[in-house]
Design a protein around this ligand. Structure first.
Ligand code: FAD
Length: 426
């Protein structure tokens, strides 16, 4: 079959359908030629790695697709470090690492690319192994002014310190990262307890989960029904005994099933039976990710709020989900970064989706997303900027809630290193 060169074969349907101006695969000087971008206000270069967001291709804008020329993966057996190109997807990374009995804290899907790592990277393994950014050892790439950069964790000069910190959480605003060196982790067996629960059961499971040790995390999704995953990394006999004790309280939920996997790579979260619309080519979507602390005594009001949100859900495609962080993600042993909300223990996200040509439905759905966000804000006041929304009215507010008092430092970096705003605007 003839390949359509005007089509970007990527998971995100908004971006896949975009009538982009040009697809670029190579990084050369012309990419940074400001004349290419100054024609329209906010015209900038879109960058595509995993292609899972609505911002990697847009009508009338150029996309740099890193998947073709920046897709190498190299594992060094001596150091246990892996080097990946800026266009590598997380599934390929952990597939490669499996050969060496190693792994990496990837998220709930194997589809996201380097954007997952650069925007923070919250994994079911994060409570024990930190965020994806905490495992970055080195980077290579280009700043928005075309200047090549190469940074190594233990050799950052004082004048590069701010760039290094901002790469970890805010890279897309001022750089194109072509190579990332990552620390890997031992691949361990995983126990999952999963199944459908009702709202009362979710309430109780939330309470139990806020006491989980670092190797156990809860993820839940409320779509047509509520589905939960309790994820436990099994490390050694002593710890496993403790893990079983924690998990034994869940035996009272009859619908939950226990499953064992040899490694993280074998797990597929959110299977087809959940009827999620994520990859439905008839739908477009936006996602907003929040951050907040343990709910503690607020669990009952949170459950009431969640119920209200879901009762007002405009269609079957929209949902609310959440994943748990904490422990290692609270620590700063890996140095400062632009993921500033280190005290967060929950990362819920709101998935808003509509039939792609139905502008009326889009409006209703986006209203629901914003209303739901405002209802959830009392529990989760901050933002995890995993999706860039410079095409939405909420962009500025999201920036403020994601970067807090580091926003001025980010603006300074942008002014110096991407002065013509060739990369996505702040
Ligand atoms: C099904 C699914 C599950 C997810 N699960 C999780 C999860 O468990 N935890 C979590 O934290 N997040 C999760 N996410 C969110 C995801 O990690 C982010 O949306 C991430 O930004 C996607 O990166 P990407 O490379 O796939 O997307 P793209 O759309 O290709 O890129 C997103 C943006 O990042 C920038 N970017 C990407 N690569 C580079 C680069 N090399 N250099 C500079 N800028 C770059 C671009 O500006 C682009 O606009 C999930 C997303 C999906 C779709």
């Amino acid at each position: 079959m003839k390949k359509n060169k005007n089509l970007l074969e990527i998971p995100n349907i908004n971006s896949k359908d975009a009538k982009f101006k040009e697809l670029i695969y190579d990084i050369d000087d012309s990419l940074f030629n400001e004349d290419n971008y100054s024609k329209k206000e906010l015209e900038h270069l879109c960058v595509c790695s995993g292609g899972t967001t609505s911002s990697c291709a847009k009508n009338g804008l150029k996309t740099l697709d890193l998947r073709k020329n920046y897709s190498k993966i190299h594992f060094d057996k001596e150091s246990n470090l892996v080097t990946i190109g800026g266009g590598v997807i997380m599934g390929d990374l952990i597939n490669h690492l499996e050969k060496y009995n190693r792994s990496f804290p990837i998220g709930l899907s194997k589809l996201p690319g380097a954007g997952y790592i650069l925007t923070g990277g919250v994994s079911p393994l994060s409570r024990a192994n930190g965020l994806a950014i905490d495992n970055i050892e080195s980077i290579k790439g280009f700043l928005g002014n075309g200047k090549f950069i190469s940074l190594k964790k233990d050799r950052i000069s004082p004048e590069k310190q701010l760039i290094w910190e901002a790469i970890k959480g805010a890279a897309p605003f001022f750089s194109i990262i072509t190579e990332i060196g990552l620390n890997t982790i031992q691949s361990n067996p995983i126990e999952i307890i999963e199944g459908f629960v009702n709202l009362n059961e979710l309430s109780e499971i939330l309470r139990i989960s806020e006491e989980f040790p670092e190797n156990i995390s809860l993820q839940w999704i409320y779509a047509q029904k509520i589905y939960i995953y309790i994820f436990a990394e099994l490390k050694n006999y002593l710890e496993d005994k403790r893990t079983e004790e924690y998990l034994s309280v869940l035996e009272k939920f009859p619908a939950l099933e226990k499953k064992f996997y040899e490694n993280f790579n074998e797990i597929n979260f959110f299977p087809k039976e959940l009827n999620l619309y994520e990859l439905n080519s008839n739908n477009h979507s936006e996602v907003i990710s929040l951050l907040g602390k343990d709910l503690e005594n607020d669990i009952p009001i949170f459950i009431k709020c969640l119920n209200e949100i879901m009762e007002n859900r405009p269609n079957k495609a929209c949902y609310i989900a959440s994943q748990q962080l904490g422990f290692r993600t609270k620590e700063l042993i890996h140095g400062s970064s632009f993921f500033i909300h280190r005290n967060s223990t929950w990362k819920p996200w709101i998935y808003a989706s509509w039939k792609k040509n139905d502008l009326q439905e889009k409006k209703v759905v986006m209203d629901w997303m914003y209303k739901s966000w405002s209802k959830l804000r009392r529990f989760y006041p901050n933002i995890h900027l995993a999706q860039l929304h410079n095409h939405l009215n909420s962009h500025r507010e999201e920036l403020k809630l994601a970067f807090g008092n580091r926003i001025d430092e980010l603006k300074t970096l942008k002014n110096i290193f991407d002065p013509k705003s060739i990369l996505p605007p702040l």
